[in-house]
Ligand binder design. Sequence first.
Ligand code: NAD
Length: 470
Amino acid sequence: ADISGTGPDAMPDAALRSRVTGEVQALHASFDAGTTRPVEARLEQLEKLRRGIRAENGRLAAALEEDLDKSRLEAAMTEIGIVGQEIAHMQKNLRSWLRPTSLNLGMLQAPSSGQLHREPLGVALIISPWNYPVNLTLSPLIGAIAGGNTTLVKPSEVAPATSAALAHLIRTHLDPEWVRVIEGAVPETTAILEQRFDLIFYTGNSTVGRIVARAAAEHLTPTVLELGGKSPVFVDEDVDLAATARRIMWGKLTNTGQTCVAPDYLMATPRTIEKLVPHLKRAAHAMHGSEASRSPEFGRMVNDKHFQRVLALIDDDKAVLGGTTQADATTRYLPPTILTDVDWGDPVMAEEIFGPILPILAVDGPDEAIARIREREKPLTAYVFSSDKDVEQRFATETSSGSLALGVTVAHVGAATMPFGGVGESGMGKYHGKASLEAFTHAKPVVKKPLKPDTLALVYPPHRGLKKAL
Ligand code: NAD
């Protein structure tokens, strides 16, 4: 994916730098004052967030519609609803998750006791993307608040209405001692990244992920990088193809394909492809009609740059559904498109698609599918549809991906009990539910040993007695 700013325009001016410095210093000051430490205060701030989301529900949904043509129902399911579940899950469990856990230090350390304490990191920075701008800003924020941190939020300028709605939500409903927001694009983010944070949580493409990691290295700041990639799907010969097709097309077309865990490309044997394609077409039609442009539940590409980028990936000679002739640049509409006879060297296989295009590639079976996955960068998710447990097990042990989903696409990401994150090129670190608390805290071992009896006397030099014994 390309990024907007490396030229001179990317550089922040002195006024911007000083504004950013002021915001970050205020967050360091309130953290140092201990404002965010008490559990009660964290729960209260989470409750303010919960109520704020409820109060601003209409504003957020309207903004998502304006930026992404996201339907109200989809917004409720994949953005606002998921965040609501995450808050409820955290509110319910935070006290018990924060309770120190005992460590057994073993006979050699006796007498002694150990505990693992979860301590806040300090000032967190959350940089979020445009595709699920509410979910991917507020879900990490839940972890940051629960962890007892203060937080600076930088929403994506690519979804400007949602960025403004999020800024309004944060400024109106949350306390500035806890959370502050700076809207903006590259100059703002560049100025922000010059500051010292205690954790940077970034979601977006891996090119900017590298910029974030470089800036973080300057202050040895830990990072959670939630990146993307090409998530593969393998469909085995013996599965229920109608149900499989529905699950794949739904995952592909949700948010018009602009989903980090969307099934990116599909592999199957030629025999399966022949039988599967009619089911895939039928599934797309069943969800959005024969003209998806008229479907109230099918969105548009976020902007002209992304529209043109994805359009250029479509080879009309290979399209068995959709294609460029049905696309409309004025509304940034791209139809659900299926490409067959795709080669591994085709442009559509060079980068994450992030649009409603499904390329299908022929493989000779699970062996080749596994080998193909292994020769590429590690994806965020891998999908397998098979009724053979051995095949599923082979994908689990022989391929590496952020997560592996068997018989389902995308939906698994909504489970607050499942840690979510990438590996390798698809990112580092995990969040959601308890994993969010773990991401935004330091697990500190606290050990205690009585001074009497002085059992350590045995290990103090000189070791005359010990030497004899050895
Ligand atoms: P984006 O363009 O909104 O960028 C993400 C953030 O980076 C924004 O806040 C933006 O302001 C900032 N940014 C952009 N250029 C920058 C620069 N030069 N320096 C500093 N900051 C900069 O979103 P995107 O990257 O197009 O998002 C799509 C990508 O994100 C896809 O690759 C997708 O797979 C990935 N993604 C991953 C997840 C996940 O949870 N793993 C979720 C959603 C999206």
